[in-house]
Write a protein that binds this ligand. Structure first.
Ligand code: BEZ
Ligand code: FE
Length: 302
């Protein structure tokens, strides 16, 4: 194991260093005293204190500081209106899921949330019960269905399900200019009894984008870029908290090592293999297919 760089605890220079850093940290935090927004003051003070503590703890060198600045600069330069490398960075560092944990605070029984990811596109086409989100052959058909309920088990008629997923070639439509841009996405409404159903395709494991600084970070740390197979859903209904969530395929080989740490056991589902002559085969499905049950439970707004 490489030696970790730090001053010896007995080294008097360490006391001097700690005193110097404390003084600088206090000075910076005091410089925020007049910030009119108290929340901004709180967040920035904490950020400064933690950054200073980090630099001190690891004895950050000038060269490492420069490398960090170059990395963040490259992260910004890789970002545009279609690509958000900073969100990807937050995802691979687990920050997105920490923010999710801090904010989620859902009661037991509610459908849990997870990362939004970079491939969500607003204003997907509205589709009817039973319709397929595949606008061209995209993989093995999968019937996705369930009931949207409240915490007391009452159906939520009219709840909106905004769904998107990748194709068998592992790509989302936004990553592939050669496919219809509404392929594998759509918005559905729960029926009066809260039920919903649509045809998707069985999702495949895929790699997060690795052609930018985040990919360099993964390679430098010998981490793989794979996400376990999943469908994305945002579920909205008036009077309820919107939940951004996933349906994970229990057979995915990356469930235990998601590159963005977004798997929650309650979101893992069994995709059941079905034959073409299965009497439950929904209209429009040809050949072998799978089905997945996915009931959803929404939390009322406070
Ligand atoms: C996704 O599931 O689409 C995703 C989430 C985080 C980072 C990259 C992709
Ligand atoms: Fe995804």
């Amino acid at each position: 194991m490489p030696a970790t760089k730090s001053a010896s605890p007995k080294d008097p220079a360490e006391d001097v260093l700690r005193g110097t850093v404390e003084r600088i940290t206090d000075e910076v935090v005091r410089s925020l005293d007049d910030a009119p927004d108290p929340r901004l003051r709180q967040v920035l003070s904490s950020l400064v204190s933690h950054l200073h503590a980090l630099a001190t703890e690891v004895a950050l060198t000038q060269a490492e500081w420069e490398a960090g600045i170059a990395f963040l600069t490259a992260t910004g330069q890789k970002s545009d209106d279609k690509r958000q490398e900073f969100i990807l960075l937050s995802d691979v560092l687990g920050l997105s899921m920490v923010v999710d944990a801090v904010c989620e605070n859902l009661p037991p029984g509610a459908t849990e949330s997870t990362v939004l990811g970079p491939f969500y596109v607003a204003d997907s086409p509205e589709r009817q019960y039973g319709e397929s989100i595949a606008e061209q052959p995209s993989g093995e058909p999968t019937w996705v269905s369930g009931v949207v309920r409240d915490l007391d088990g009452r159906p939520i008629a009219g709840a909106e399900l905004d769904v998107w997923q990748n194709a068998a070639d592992r790509l989302y439509a936004v990553q592939n200019p050669d496919v219809p841009q509404n392929n594998l996405r759509g918005r559905f409404r729960a029926r009066d009894d809260g039920s919903y159903g649509f045809v998707a395709v069985r999702p495949t494991d895929y790699t997060i984008p690795t052609d930018g600084p985040v990919g360099d970070l993964l390679r430098a740390t010998a981490r793989h870029p794979w996400r376990p197979a999943h469908l994305h859903l945002i579920v909205r209904a008036p009077g309820y908290r919107t939940v951004t969530t996933h349906v994970f395929d229990s057979e995915s080989e990356h469930l235990a090592s998601d590159a963005v740490f977004a798997v929650k056991p309650s979101l893992v589902r069994t995709f059941v293999q079905r034959d073409e002559d299965d009497p439950a085969r929904p209209a429009g499905i040809v050949g072998p297919w799978t089905s997945v049950d996915n009931d959803l439970v929404l939390t009322p707004l406070d």
